[in-house]
Design a protein. Structure first.
Length: 555
């Protein structure tokens, strides 16, 4: 049995190492390891809890609003206050814009090249590419033989120079690529279009968030962007950009995913990349002021049982570190969690020590079981609950492809779910803008609830950013933070084994995967990228000899 190491996994946020054991070109076992430490939880201790959000949003340069919001929600829970209706709506508008541009960027710039053979696109017939594009959309985005030929010439110049730029070092020609040249050309064309389109979503976020990344307008008790909310021109700028993004989603993103599904459907039917079979959603985009209705309903689905839904009970969430480089033995709820490093290194052979500690990622569990989180989990939980809009959207997509619901439990299904929910969110955003306008016109301009820091308390903020279930837990003593823990989506998905030896979602999703060429592990990248890994949530430099977080002074 051969051991294959893929390190680093590229086209992600942060540092991820994957090791697999392969026999007869089939993966028999797998280990995932985050190789840099995420430790901002220790930095916020002793500080005013109202400041925590501005610090913990630095977990990542992509998911900045999500961590900011989760921290604010945790404080509001601990303070026993509720943000006004306008603040709830504005937070949804900021989060909605992040969904649109984040998912577009993921498919084209992080994940798309696992499905698309760029070099094959050079052989495409631009006229046939136009015919193919029109078979998947009545009005395809930026579609003409002239445009496709220009894209082909642009790619050809890269290839002739021997420098493919962002497309260098790909496994071009690998038998695992299934798309014909024309399909590759269509999606490669949209790859280039998306470089400009994705920026529009960031601009939308900045309208209500102040800037992007790291927006500034959230505060405990509400938001500060009332002037933007009451300004018709600012609302118009937001809606104009929304229209552009929704058009790209409907005429490029969705058709491209359907196109890819046509040629990769066998992988979906075989369940390649299926994973742990358990799915969790905290509930995303609150639609009322009491937290009773969400665009994505909360819940848990176990063992892919679409006929049964488990009500979410966040007291059943624990983290343990049997195979993670931290001190501790017992599974702990985040309120009691610790973040004390205990780096023991790799095995003597230079491989990950699968029998010991091998990752900076803890092992989150819900009621003792590993859980997948993210777009697929959100749709499965909503589908299992019979949520009409989600069920209609999923069923409509399945009907268009002629595939059964079981195809969702795969790498292909995970990728399709992200596209489906992008349209789902995009279709609701204009309604939220109208709700905000109606509320302000009725005389309610309130965006903040006055609050004071309690002497002591604890609270949790649960939300659903693009990558999946995100929770922040805060404990307050003497009016300062005494403990802070964050369980991010990639902590759930990148989890190492737990004390019972159960693999995390990344690891389980790779087992059984067949590699077309062992020296070109394209299939590993395809499945791992389908989760949209984000290891960069506050990685810090640590001395493995002293476990000391390094400090730097800039003159």
């Amino acid at each position: 049995m051969a051991r294959i190491i893929v390190d680093p996994i590229t086209r992600i946020e942060g540092h991820l190492r994957i090791e697999v054991e392969v026999e007869n070109n089939t993966i028999r076992d797998a280990w995932s390891s985050i190789t840099l430490w995420r430790g901002i939880e220790t930095i916020v201790k002793g500080r005013d809890p109202r400041d925590a959000g501005l610090m913990v949003q630095r977990f990542c340069g992509v998911c900045t609003f999500a961590h900011y919001e989760a921290s604010i929600l945790a404080c509001e829970d601990a303070f026993k206050i509720k943000a006004p209706r306008n603040a709830r709506i504005i937070r949804n508008l900021i989060q909605g814009s992040q969904y649109l541009y984040d998912h577009i960027m993921h498919f084209y710039h992080l994940h798309g090249l696992d499905w698309v053979d760029i070099v094959s696109a050079l052989k495409a017939d631009p006229n046939r590419a136009v015919e193919m594009a029109k078979a998947y959309s009545p009005n395809p985005y930026n579609c003409s033989a002239t445009h496709y030929k220009a894209v082909q010439d642009r790619l050809g110049k890269f290839a002739k120079s021997g420098r493919l730029g962002p497309f260098a070092n790909g496994y071009w020609g690998n038998p695992s690529f299934k798309l014909p040249p024309e399909a590759n050309l269509i999606i490669a064309s949209h790859y280039l279009d998306a470089l400009q389109v994705s920026k529009i979503g960031a601009q939308m976020m900045a309208i209500f968030g102040g800037k992007n990344p790291h927006p500034q307008t959230l505060i405990v008790g509400g938001v500060t962007s009332i002037m933007d909310a009451a300004d018709a021109s600012r609302l118009g700028e937001y809606l104009y950009r929304l229209k552009e993004l929704n058009n790209f989603v409907e005429t490029a993103y969705i058709p491209d995913v359907l196109l890819a599904a046509t040629y990769y459907k066998e992988e979906g039917l075989q369940g390649v990349g299926g994973g742990v079979k358990n799915y969790l959603c905290y509930g995303g985009f609150p639609l009322d002021d009491d937290g009773g209705e969400y665009l994505f309903p909360a819940g848990v689905v176990k063992n892919r049982n679409l006929a049964g839904i488990v009500k979410l009970d966040d007291t059943k969430i624990t983290e343990e570190v049997t195979h993670a480089w931290y001190k501790g033995k017992e599974p702990l709820h985040p309120y009691k969690g610790t973040t004390d490093p205990d780096y023991t290194g790799f095995g003597s052979d230079g491989h990950l020590n699968g029998n010991g500690k091998y990752s900076w990622c803890k092992a989150p569990r819900y009621d003792g079981a590993p859980m997948e989180v993210g777009p697929l989990a959100r749709l499965i939980v909503g589908y299992a609950q019979g949520h009409k809009k989600i069920k209609d959207l999923v069923d409509g997509t399945l009907k268009a492809t002629g595939l059964p619901a079981t195809v969702l439990f795969s790498t292909l299904g995970r990728t399709a779910a992200r596209a489906i929910e992008t349209k789902y969110v995009g279709d609701h955003i204009e309604g939220w803008v109208n709700e905000l306008i109606t509320n302000i016109k009725a005389g309610d301009a309130k965006t903040w609830t006055k609050c004071d820091v309690p002497e002591k308390g604890e609270g949790r903020g649960l939300t659903e950013p693009p990558r999946g279930a995100l929770g922040h837990w805060i404990r307050i003593e003497n009016k300062v933070v005494s403990n802070y823990q964050a369980v991010v989506p990639s902590t759930w998905n990148c989890s190492p084994r737990d004390n019972a030896g159960r693999r995390g979602p990344y690891e389980e999703s790779l087992v059984g995967t067949r590699l077309a060429k062992v020296d070109q592990p394209l299939e590993i990248l395809r499945t791992i990228h389908s989760f949209d890994p984000c290891m960069a949530c506050a990685v810090h430099i640590i001395d493995p000899k002293t476990n000391e977080v390094k400090k730097f002074k800039v003159a």
